[in-house]
Write a protein of this length. Structure first.
Ligand code: ADP
Length: 437
């Protein structure tokens, strides 16, 4: 049962007050009902006898010495005490054995012709309740020890554990479990500590994941930068030392160097975009963009590259104008990356198309190509940073493995999504969507 501390205190105090009192009464109750039930009846009879003897006499006799002697004998033989007072309350006779005055049992009024003549107070025999006192002291001690033990268990121990846990958190140890309690305030502290522990644990896992990604990121950058630089240096050295003097060879080397420089340029600009992605939501500029126009514009930029490979570049735009809130530069980058890949992986005389259509609350676009498509193994990973399919590890392709990661992050930052499948016939299909205004 869960209760506030102040209510537990009230319950504890009531127990401390009631239980010893109950134990004080136990010997008397046992005596009266179990061990000596006849004693109570005997005392009752003795009292009746005394009341009868007094009521037989006149109140005027109560001062009489002879009458007083006979009553004294009777009272002492019955082990009772008696006090007789006249109508005005003046005490006329008293015989109360010491100790019995604490044990008054009855008060009787005598009257004649409706007039009060006197009163009689009866006292039972002196009772010693040594056992009752002893039991109540033991009960009080037991109750206090039990309440102390309970407070220790439900209040002190959990709080001690909480302060030990706070020290452990300080030293980076999150492996603790605080004991349960029935005190509401302590339960609240326990719940708060456990919530803090779980959140810290999650934050640490997240942080170590980020650390891991960062380490991987740096080693991948180092690797990808080194390869083209190494090739560049090699060919430049050959040319510098005049190792191959034929014009044809020199032109070939220069072409390789220029390709490597291009590769480096792409790598650096991909890295730059990727690092910007981390704070994308904050840096994104939102403006009204007419999507059809933007897509057509992007497609036009790719006409020369497509022509070079004799690739048929097709565009099927939307029937109507569609305006959405977006960052046009980022969208250009995302769709550009997809078109870059499509043209890169599609062989000569192939086909690349960009098809759009609008649905109720979103606009979809698909970029289809007639390249090799994406293998099942690669499909789960192509959106991960620095992932490159086996085919594209060929330095000819010169990719960084960041293009699709960047494109997906851009679409997600706009509230949309990007997925990849394969065409039924040949090639891959990248489908993206953006929410409409
Ligand atoms: P990269 O810079 O290597 O192209 P991306 O992130 O753009 O990096 O692509 C990751 C991988 O996805 C590529 O290495 C390639 O294996 C695969 N891929 C991307 N686009 C296509 C496509 N149009 N056709 C076939 N495979 C693709």
């Amino acid at each position: 049962m869960r209760m506030k501390l102040r209510y537990w205190m009230i319950v504890g105090m009531l127990i401390i007050m009631i239980v010893p009192r109950l134990f004080y009464e136990v010997p008397g109750i046992l005596d009266r009902y179990i061990f000596n039930p006849s004693q109570a009846a005997q005392q009752q009879t003795a009292m009746d006898k005394l009341v009868h003897a007094v009521s037989e006499s006149e109140a005027t006799q109560w001062g009489d010495a002879e009458w007083r002697d006979s009553i004294t004998n009777l009272v002492s033989s019955l082990h009772l005490g008696v006090v007789l007072s006249n109508a005005s309350g003046q005490e006329l006779f008293r015989f109360v054995p010491s100790g019995s005055e604490n044990n008054p049992t009855r008060q009787i009024a005598f009257s004649s012709d409706g007039r009060l003549e006197g009163t009689m107070n009866l006292y039972g025999p002196r009772k010693s309740n040594g056992w009752g006192v002893a039991l109540s002291v033991i009960a009080a001690a037991c109750v206090i020890v039990m309440i102390g033990w309970k407070i220790g268990r439900v209040v002190v121990k959990p709080l001690e554990a909480a302060s030990a846990a706070a020290r452990r958190i300080g030293s980076g140890d999150l492996d603790f479990d605080l004991p349960k309690s029935t005190v509401a305030e302590v339960v609240d502290v326990r719940t708060a500590f456990h919530a803090m522990r779980d959140e810290l644990r999650e934050a640490l896992i997240r942080q170590s994941g980020l650390e891991e990604e960062r380490r991987f990121f740096i080693s991948a950058i180092a690797h990808d930068l080194r390869t083209p630089i190494f090739t560049l240096r090699g060919f430049l050295l050959r040319m510098e030392k005049g190792m191959d003097s034929s014009q044809k060879k020199l032109a070939h080397y220069l072409e390789i160097c220029s390709k490597k420089a291009e590769q480096l340029d792409r790598l650096v600009s991909d890295l730059f975009s990727y690092t910007r992605m981390e704070s994308l939501e904050q840096t994104m500029q939102s403006e009204q963009v007419e999507l059809n126009g933007l897509l057509k514009d992007i497609m036009n930029e790719y006409i020369p590259a497509a022509r070079e490979k004799e690739i048929d570049l097709r565009f099927e735009g939307l029937q109507t104008e569609v305006v959405l809130h977006a960052d046009p530069h980022l969208l250009r980058r995302a769709i550009g990356n997809l078109l870059d890949n499509a043209l890169l992986y599609t062989p000569r005389k192939g086909e690349v198309s960009l098809i759009c259509h609008a649905e109720k609350n979103k606009v979809l676009f698909s970029i289809k190509d007639t390249g090799p498509g994406i293998s099942g193994k690669d499909r789960d990973h192509i959106f991960e940073p620095f992932y490159r399919g086996d085919e594209s590890r060929n330095p000819e392709y010169g990719g960084t493995g960041l293009g699709l990661t960047i494109a997906r992050r851009i679409l997600r930052a706009h509230g949309g999504e990007l997925t990849a499948t394969n065409n039924e016939t040949a090639g891959s299909v990248f489908t993206g969507w953006l929410p409409l205004l």
